[in-house]
Design a protein around this ligand. Structure first.
Ligand code: ZN
Length: 69
């Protein structure tokens, strides 16, 4: 796994879905396409997801349908 967490730059990412990774250090989840990060979410204490795309992704991307686990 070559991807690093865009927040803490850790390689310690767990795979939680076919195209979904989770950072164990800062509790963010990201969806990927190959080696490109498509969307980044912060997992809140209640399990809801907050998009962090504005913080970490420079280029605007179309909102993608996201299915919570
Ligand atoms: Zn992280």
């Amino acid at each position: 796994m070559l991807l690093r967490c865009p927040n803490c730059h850790s390689h310690d990412l767990g795979k939680v879905g076919t195209n979904q990774l989770y950072c164990w250090h800062c509790y963010i989840e990201m969806t990927i396409d190959g080696s490109d990060i498509q969307n980044i979410y912060q997992v809140e204490e209640d399990g809801s997801l907050t998009s962090l795309n504005d913080l970490f992704l420079d280029e605007p991307s179309n909102p993608q349908e996201y299915t919570a686990l």
